[in-house]
Write a protein that binds this ligand. Sequence first.
Ligand SMILES: Cc1cc2nc3c(=O)[nH]c(=O)nc-3n(C[C@H](O)[C@H](O)[C@H](O)COP(=O)(O)OP(=O)(O)OC[C@H]3O[C@@H](n4cnc5c(N)ncnc54)[C@H](O)[C@@H]3O)c2cc1C
Length: 486
Amino acid sequence: MLKTGAQHLESLRDGRVVYIGGERVHDVTTHPAFRHAARTFAALYDAKRAPENLDVLSFEEDGERYSAYFLPAKSKDDLAFRSAAHRKIADLTYGMFGRSPDHVSSFVTGMITRPDVFGRFAGNIQAYHRHLRETDSYAVYAIIAPQAGRQPEFYRERNLPLPTLQVVREDDDGVVVSGMKMLATGAVFANEIWIGNIMPLAPDQAAQSITCAIPCNAPGLSLWSRKPFELDASREFDNPLAYRFDESDSMVLCDEVKVPWERVFVHNDAALARKIYVETAGHCYGNHQSNVRYWAKMQLLVGLASKIAQSSGADDNPKVRETLGRLAAMEATLGGMIMGQIQGAESWPDGYVTFNRRFMYAALNWCTENYSSIIDIIRELCGGSVFQMPADSSIFDDPSLTRTFETFWTTPQSSAVDRMKLFKLAWEVVGSEFAGRHLQYEKFYAGAPFVVRNYNFMHAPWAEFHEVVDGLLDSYGVTGKLARVA
Ligand SMILES: Cc1cc2nc3c(=O)[nH]c(=O)nc-3n(C[C@H](O)[C@H](O)[C@H](O)COP(=O)(O)OP(=O)(O)OC[C@H]3O[C@@H](n4cnc5c(N)ncnc54)[C@H](O)[C@@H]3O)c2cc1C
């Protein structure tokens, strides 16, 4: 079933507990902190059902249509289909929704290509995949232990409960969990939260290994939102991104939340808690989406850089053209890395295929390393233009101020209004709180940079590399004469 936007909005009015500071939010679809972003999520659902998108964003199986990202791939064509769907979704949000509904769903879909990894919970992960695709649900995740819980001795010595989410009780019908997890992007707009552990756990952390799915309105669950940027974005003209593309980030707090057994995927197994991501196609499918989403954002950034240069008339300057050429090369580099993941697909057991993992992790590293410098290039192109603009668009409420503004701010390249519009957007990308959050997001969404590099280390064919070195070393001897020709 493909959900409508209206059905998605309705599904968010479910009594979930959301806090903005000390304020309890009762309806995220109407609250001024979230209402526009909620509609952007709804629009993604409607876009999927539009006749022109149907074959890009969904597939048919046994007479029923499902969202494209629920398709486990059996061929390169399937991978290309998945990739194109991610691209379409990312284009609809200009790459601003990192955890759009195709992110965690892709993890789950990748996982069902190797259900055996889940051992006794293999049937649960398959059933969960069916549940998500049949209800067209939006799942997000919180798979990092909170920083507060990383020094257990502090809590033990004081006889305090550990803040990290863990199983506190087992009943006949499920487990009960309490504690906190970070950082569920999109959770206030989602239907379900996947709880888990992407970082390795020590053997004595078995209770924390719980991996499960919890509805966002589960009794005992609360979402503690960071400052929502939409709140201060009263006019779209002034904050065009914060106005409708703030996907939100929340800490997830559970106080004795009941999880039925059928939604448990790992329990009391510290090693397995991480294995399910890296020994299935889960992490690879999910982070391919991240790569594609970033690529869509790159097009906005490169286009914006060029328009900023045009606006100041600097676009003819050879140095500025070189800068734009460099940005264009970066955008194309990422595109090539994404295409390579499909071209170099890996075969998996049972006829499944996955994106090339080394190329995917290389792209992930590339994205993490380069975002700050890309933004800095755009910042330099902006010069002081962003601060030459009036504080906000309320000047247009006054005809006399509007006339003055048009007289003094118009340039040979563009009208005063167009310049203001462009530079308000530029500030949302390089300098506003929204921009700052995106800088942080692009650095950390897949883990700290050393973690991303570790994935690249793990998957590198070191034996092959060593063989090349050994081949060269073996091809000459100590005398300097060729000792042996292979
Ligand atoms: C905007 C945003 C959205 C996010 N969305 C999600 C989400 O949807 N779901 C989710 O589960 N998580 C999400 N995260 C959390 C993200 O996964 C974590 O921020 C990330 O894993 C890093 O963990 P940390 O923040 O605890 O930083 P830390 O691990 O504490 O790292 C902080 C700094 O210390 C350095 N450091 C720490 N330990 C070492 C070490 N051993 N060696 C070298 N350097 C070290 C790191 O490199 C980093 O610079 C999000 C984060 C952000 C910022």
